[in-house]
Design a protein. Structure first.
Length: 281
């Protein structure tokens, strides 16, 4: 089993993983103009899985049933998260999805409180309400308030992402986190391709630039971004891992403004600040 990280190293690695994954929103938004979400996720994940099998061949030879089981469970959970996220991106901006998705940070302690049958403390309740106000303000567009289907999917993504964060933390000490991460990516790829053949007409990227985007998503965002999360979380708690997720919407907001021309209204900016504040308080 891979050697667990100390808390500082764990959180530095986890922060890097989250930033890497945040850059995916830009390329996902561009690729979704010509590809179905299942096809995109399937090709991306299977390329990443192939690379990981080559890189991690020696460690994969030590695979046991726990690695396979938990790799499947975490992969299936992330598959749902990514499906909701990608579908949401078709209907709203990458900035809105990123901020909404990362309200998972507030949901995690609430779920943990329910699981342990302990009522959330006053700080958690305050954070929850501040985050809620932030979401409302975030969805004020120049023409007025707008909470569309994409925003609803963004909130559903947050709920499933919160569950995935907790599941990943539970798995970290029951199986090898590196092998779990590899099988997680493979599971996402297989489930996505099955769904693509059922619900879409799968097609490979049509241009060189689309292949460049796809390879970036596979290598940087999946090989590094997804595979190392179980290992990165091995030295910290679910609560602290959720706090580091604040790096995600900040990164997406900057990239969306620079490359996609996505902007926030003054109310939206105030809402974004409230969400970030509720995350890091």
């Amino acid at each position: 089993m891979a050697k667990p990280l100390n808390r500082k190293a764990s959180e530095v690695l986890l922060g890097s993983v989250i930033i890497a994954r945040a850059t995916s929103f830009l390329f996902l938004k561009l690729l979704l103009e010509n590809m179905g979400q299942f096809t995109l996720l399937g090709i991306r994940s299977m390329i990443a899985f192939a690379v990981l099998v080559v890189i991690g061949f020696k460690t994969l030879k030590k695979t046991d049933k726990n690695d396979l089981l938990y790799g499947f469970l975490v992969g299936a959970s992330f598959f749902v998260v990514m499906f909701l996220e990608l579908t949401g991106l078709k209907y709203t901006t990458s900035v809105s999805i990123a901020f909404e998705e990362n309200t998972a940070i507030i949901i995690v302690p609430i779920i943990l409180a329910i699981m342990t049958r302990k009522f959330p403390d006053k700080k958690t309740i305050f954070m929850f309400f501040m985050c809620g106000i932030g979401i409302v303000l975030l969805n004020f567009k120049p023409e007025g308030f707008e909470f569309n289907f994409g925003d609803l999917l963004g909130m559903m993504t947050a709920l499933t992402y919160a569950g995935t964060i907790i599941l990943t933390s539970k798995v970290a000490d029951k199986a090898d986190p590196i092998r779990v991460g590899i099988y997680q990516v493979g599971t996402m790829g297989i489930l996505s391709l099955i769904a693509a053949f059922i619900f879409e007409t799968p097609a490979l990227p049509a241009t060189g630039i689309e292949w460049t985007y796809m390879l970036y998503l596979a290598i940087i965002c999946s090989v590094f971004g997804f595979t190392l999360q179980p290992y990165a979380q091995s030295g910290t708690t679910a609560e602290r891992a959720s706090v580091l997720c604040a790096l995600n919407p900040i990164t997406v907001a900057v990239l969306g403004a620079v490359f996609l021309g996505e902007t926030l209204t003054v109310k939206g900016i105030i809402g974004a600040v409230l969400i970030i504040a509720s995350i890091i308080v």
